[in-house]
Design a protein around this ligand. Structure first.
Ligand SMILES: *[C@@H]1O[C@H](CO)[C@@H](O)[C@H](O)[C@H]1NC(C)=O
Length: 174
């Protein structure tokens, strides 16, 4: 499993992170986007459809269906979105949103997930994005942020492309 190998490369998984990985239901909950980085900095600029202010993830008991609830900003205004996806491999989901997406969720701790998104937009352009998501906390722990930076580096994305998402998150809680 690619995801487990990657986790091992990133550092040993904590017991909680392992539990999160083994029990997809624990992925369900209220998550927010803390940081993002992208191969194309345009996708993480203000008013980009990919600059996603996440609110929740829910996974069904069979771990087949996943749904994401979030805001994006359109002309500076928060617009609510809900999108569904389905599992195509362990921890990997196919999601239709601004083209096709392959989203991989990698637990890094009991309160953090790293989400990889490979987006192929309607013109066929491919973009790789990485987000650090947090559950119940507003700032990343030093360790989680380190893991995120390492994940960004491993995708060949320059560190300057990291964008602080909470900084501009003034959208409603739900
Ligand atoms: C990101 O923004 C938040 C909210 O403004 C702030 O608390 C946090 O320190 C920032 N992170 C970094 C690494 O600058």
């Amino acid at each position: 499993m690619k995801i487990v190998l990657l986790s091992l490369v990133l550092g040993l998984l904590s017991a909680q992170a392992l539990q999160l990985l083994q029990d997809p239901l624990q992925v369900s909950g209220q998550w927010t986007t803390l940081y993002m980085a992208s191969t194309d900095p345009e996708t993480t600029r203000d008013n980009s459809v990919f600059k996603v202010y996440l609110r929740s993830i829910s996974v069904d008991s069979n771990n087949i269906q996943i749904s994401f609830k979030f805001f994006i900003k359109v002309n500076g205004k928060c617009v609510y979105f809900s999108t569904k996806g389905r599992s195509i491999a362990p921890s990997i989901y196919e999601v239709d949103y601004a083209g096709k997406n392959e989203v991989q969720l990698l637990p890094v701790s009991s309160t953090s997930l790293i989400a990889y998104d490979i987006n192929v937009d309607l013109t066929g352009k491919k973009t790789v994005m990485i987000a650090l998501l947090a559950k119940g906390i507003k700032t990343a722990t030093v360790q989680d942020f380190k893991m995120f930076k390492e994940a960004v580096r491993m995708k060949g994305i320059p560190e300057e492309n990291i964008v602080n998402i909470t900084e501009s998150d003034d959208c409603p809680q739900t």
